[in-house]
Structures are given as structure tokens and as C-alpha cells.
Design a protein around this ligand. Structure first.
Ligand code: AMP
Length: 224
């Protein structure tokens, strides 16, 4: 993808907890395109306590989706930055039909070709993954208490910061997020197929994050 081929927008697609964020971070080893996560962007606004953050805080903490126009504007603005020249890795966007349609137009304007990678993960696995998820608030590294625990309980391996749990990773909110995924986001799989967007299925559990990343890197660098 960095070898003179068309510039691509890699859409990491999958339910909450399917490993999109983890894979986006691992992808940096083979592809230098920036990681654009709408969830991270929205959390940064909440952290900053600005107007947009105040607007979305309650909706996010309830596990619902924030309004389409708002995320569409965030992504459009982000894609105007120079670092998207090589392409972009989209994580958590699009999540609704309206977002997918807007993204199609935005990518067309920017000369970016979409490629979808669907990370498939079973629901029971997702609940256990998300409720065991911890994150370093400083460097963003993700841990899982069962599959990928930090060396010292509750502390980031990289910088010693106290790990945190996302407020929307409680079981009730996880179920709400999965419901939103089922009703609003999963139907996009059919939309991508119909629109003829190149589409790859990757088993998001079997081989562990590193092996999954190697597969995705192969798809990306060999023109996938
Ligand atoms: P994530 O970090 O991708 O799991 O997103 C966390 C939360 O941010 C979601 O549960 C939504 O409330 C909100 N969010 C993130 N991306 C979107 C999006 N594309 N559309 C609507 N809401 C979003």
C-alpha cells in the first residue's frame, strides 16, 4: 500500500471488543498510515471538558451511538490533515448507514480507496474481553486481565502508570453497545458487499493479536 498503489482507507470493522484498537496499533509495524479512532477522538473531547465532550458524555457512558453529523464532521476534519497522504486506518467508523454513505463521499473527494477488514469474534468472548479490559491513560496500551495481563497488577508495563477501566466497559453498558452494533452497525456488512468495497474476513480470536496482525499486514501490503 505504500508502494505507489492507490492510497487506501483501511476500515477496521467489528463489534466492540473485536480488537480493532489493538490491531490498529499493531498495524503501525507494517504501515505508517495514521490511526483514526472516533471513540478516542470523542474521549479526548470528554477529557478536555469542552462543549462537544459535554454533549456526548452521557450518550457514550450509556453505550449508545452519538449523532451521525457530529462524528461525520470529526472524521471529515481529521482527513484534511496532511498525515493522511499515505492513507488512513479507520477504527470504529463508520457505524451507521448514514456514516458509511458520508464516508464514501469523503473518501472519494480525498482520493482514498476503502478496504474493509471484518474482525469476527463470538459474543461471549466479547463480554469477557471487555469486562477484563484495562488501558494505560498515558500511552494508550491495552491490556486484558485474562489474555494479556500487565506484569504488575494494575500498572502499565511501559511507563508505570496506574491502569484504568473505561466507564463504558461495565457489563450492562457492554450489552447496550452490542445491541447498537447489532441494529445499526452489523447491517453495514451487507452495504459494503453491495457497494463492491474490497472486503476481508479475519477470525478475531483464534491465533492471538500478533498472528492476526501479520495476516492483516499481508492483506494491506500485498495490495489487499
Ligand atoms: P469505541 O471506542 O469505538 O468503542 O467507541 C466508544 C463509544 O463512542 C461508542 O459506544 C459510541 O458511544 C461512541 N462512538 C464512537 N464511534 C462512533 C461512531 N462512529 N458513531 C457513533 N458513536 C460513536
Amino acid at each position: 500500500m505504500n508502494n505507489g498503489g492507490p492510497r487506501k482507507a483501511l476500515i477496521l470493522f467489528g463489534s466492540p471488543g473485536s480488537g480493532k484498537g489493538t490491531q490498529a496499533k499493531l498495524l503501525k509495524s507494517c504501515w505508517s498510515a495514521p490511526h483514526v479512532s472516533t471513540g478516542d477522538m470523542l474521549r479526548a473531547h470528554i477529557e478536555a471538558g469542552d462543549e462537544l465532550g459535554l454533549e456526548v458524555r452521557a450518550v457514550m457512558q450509556a453505550g449508545m451511538l452519538v449523532p451521525d453529523d457530529l462524528v461525520n464532521r470529526l472524521v471529515e476534519k481529521r482527513l484534511l490533515q496532511d498525515d493522511t497522504q499515505a492513507g488512513v486506518v479507520l477504527d470504529g467508523y463508520p457505524r451507521t448507514l448514514q456514516q458509511a454513505e458520508t464516508l464514501g463521499e469523503t473518501l472519494g473527494r480525498h482520493g482514498l480507496a476503502p478496504v474493509v477488514i471484518h474482525l469476527k469474534v463470538d459474543y461471549n468472548e466479547i463480554i469477557s474481553r471487555l469486562s477484563g479490559r484495562r488501558q494505560c491513560p498515558l500511552c494508550g496500551t491495552l491490556y486484558n486481565l485474562t489474555t494479556n495481563p500487565p506484569k504488575v497488577n494494575g500498572i502499565c508495563d511501559k511507563d508505570g502508570t496506574l491502569l484504568v477501566t473505561r466507564p463504558d466497559d461495565s457489563e450492562a453498558v457492554i450489552r447496550q453497545r452490542l445491541e447498537e452494533y447489532d441494529h445499526q452497525t452489523r447491517p453495514l456488512l451487507e452495504y459494503f458487499r453491495r457497494a463492491g468495497v474490497p472486503f476481508y474476513e479475519v477470525d478475531g480470536i483464534d491465533d492471538g493479536p500478533q498472528a492476526i496482525s501479520t495476516r492483516i499486514c499481508r492483506l494491506v501490503t500485498q495490495g489487499g
